[in-house]
Design a protein around this ligand. Structure first.
Ligand code: PHE
Length: 496
């Protein structure tokens, strides 16, 4: 049996957890959501979501991972034989569902570091991104052929993931994140300074933060806030449970959760200045209204930002390289964490060798990745992203709260956490876990489902939506069921 690895230091654990939390979502999603949902006023639902769901669930995940010294699968198995599947679901989804497309976006970022050297996108970054880079096909079912440049970059991204993961907890994840996080902060600081000193930056920052409280009555705004907090804190994806299982016996669980959460949100807010000051600059340069410049997700990183880079008065190429390098670094520390959730679960149950598991995941990632590099890869990616981040995360969070809150009992876990933590949590936490979070998540689930039925997401053909939506659930279910039904290699007492 392999001995359980541990983090070398508290700072090392925090760097890894913050590295998991800070990812693509913080740089391009948060600031766009602020803009769309009432600017500074959006911070109200965002902070409410952070305190009522994000932090309580993060404390729960750190709490059980640490308490049972186990991956998601082992932790839930120890709560009760029949709950083990709650661990398999997110472990598998985080890799098959998220990591396999997340790495493709990282591959695009890597290509864009290369393109930055010659400002290859020219005067029409949008046409360049969709036609030349993605070679987007006419429709979902029209695959076209795989792209060599994207696939080459994908190989590099997977080699990096493979290498870091292979080296294990201390020498791999911890060491990489101890380098990545400070570097990321330096790069983003450079981008913020560059952004706010550009002409027109004030206008962009005003779009970003000007409060408009009338949005707060719109339920959609609240759904966005909760969704963002979930994805951004990497909760309900097996990751944080696995990371907490490598903590030493004495660990300040609550303190760690608070530090992770505040660092993550602080980073989002800070990165927003870099993004929006730069968007203000292009709007003034090209005399465009905000609706033309401010785009969400991919549009922001691969269309609007390149446009701004080309217009910069000096150092355009360098700023392009810095921006896309920051994205790659932020994303790599997240993708390794998604993989670790599954690796930890497989090692716990089957005692398989870390090395072998990583080889298989890497090969599968490359294989599945081929689909995403084809002409309709973008459509697949967009649909998967939409369904998994809106449904899977929410359902898993819901089950976690119910099982820990009612079966294991929130008050038991709270007492255990309080014994080792510097900050003591009160009964309010039990209330959040047992009642508030399950209710809020159910409401969000129903609302999102309704919205998707009413306005078919992204105008995709219904068959495509069903194919991706049902297909991903069925595949996860089959694999999860198989693992769940297989025999434990651990001896009986270790399971109790
Ligand atoms: N939190 C990461 C981001 O914001 C994504 C992530 C999701 C990481 C799930 C791990 C697990 O980009």
């Amino acid at each position: 049996m392999e001995t359980k690895e541990e983090w070398k230091s508290r700072v090392g654990f925090l760097m890894a957890a913050i590295g998991s939390a800070i990812g693509l979502g913080n740089i391009w999603r948060f600031s766009y959501l602020c803009y769309k949902n009432g600017g500074g006023a959006f911070l109200i639902p965002y902070l409410v979501a952070l305190f009522t769901a994000g932090i309580p669930l993060l404390i729960l995940e750190y709490g059980i991972g640490h308490r049972f010294r186990g991956s998601a699968v082992l932790s839930f198995r120890k709560i009760g034989k029949k709950w083990e599947w709650i661990g398999w679901w997110p472990s598998i989804f985080a890799v098959l569902g998220i990591a396999f497309y997340y790495t493709v976006i990282l591959a695009w970022c890597l290509d864009y570091i290369w393109y930055s050297l010659t400002l290859k996108w020219g005067s029409n970054p949008s046409a360049f991104f969709f036609h030349q880079h993605l070679n987007l096909s006419k429709g979902f079912w029209n695959l076209g052929h795989p792209s060599t440049i994207i696939f080459t970059a994908l190989i590099v991204i997977w080699i990096l993931n493979w290498f870091i993961e292979l080296r294990g907890i201390q020498r791999g994840i911890e060491l990489a994140c101890k380098i990545f996080i400070p570097l990321l902060v330096v790069l983003i600081t450079i981008l913020v300074i560059r952004g706010v000193t550009l002409p027109g930056s004030g206008k962009g920052i005003a779009w970003y933060l000007k409060p408009d409280f009338s949005h707060l009555t719109n339920p959609r705004v609240w759904l966005d806030a909760y969704g963002q907090i979930f994805f951004s804190l990497s909760i309900a994806m097996a990751t944080m449970i696995a990371y907490a299982s490598y903590l030493p016996k004495k660990a300040d669980v609550t303190g760690n959760a608070l530090i992770t959460a505040f660092a993550n949100s602080g980073f989002s807010l800070f990165a927003g200045f870099a993004v929006f000051s730069t968007l203000g600059f292009i709007s003034v340069q090209q005399n465009l209204p905000p609706s033309e410049v401010v785009k969400s997700g991919f549009g922001l990183a691969f269309v609007a930002y390149p446009q701004a880079i080309s217009a910069m008065p000096f150092g355009a190429r360098a700023f392009g390289v810095i921006f896309f390098t920051a994205l790659v670094i932020a994303g790599l520390s997240s993708s390794i964490s998604m993989i670790e959730g599954l690796v930890a679960s497989l090692i716990d149950k089957f005692q398989w060798k870390r090395r072998r598991i990583i080889h298989v995941i890497t090969l599968l990632g490359l294989l599945v990745g081929v689909v995403y590099t084809t002409g309709s890869g973008y459509y697949f990616l967009d649909l998967i992203d939409h369904f998994i981040s809106s449904y899977s995360l929410i359902l898993v969070g819901l089950f976690e709260a119910v099982v820990v809150g009612w079966v294991y009992k929130a008050s038991n876990l709270r007492e255990e956490i309080n014994q080792i933590s510097n900050i003591k949590i009160g009964r309010w936490w039990d209330f959040m876990i047992k009642y508030f979070i399950p209710i809020v998540l159910t409401v969000i689930f129903v609302f999102s489902l309704k919205a998707d039925f009413v306005q078919k997401y992204g105008n995709y053909p219904l068959a495509a939506i069903l194919f991706v939506g049902i297909g991903s659930v069925v595949v996860t279910f089959i694999i999860g069921f198989f693992f769940y039904k297989s025999k434990w290699k651990k001896s009986g007492e270790l399971l109790h």
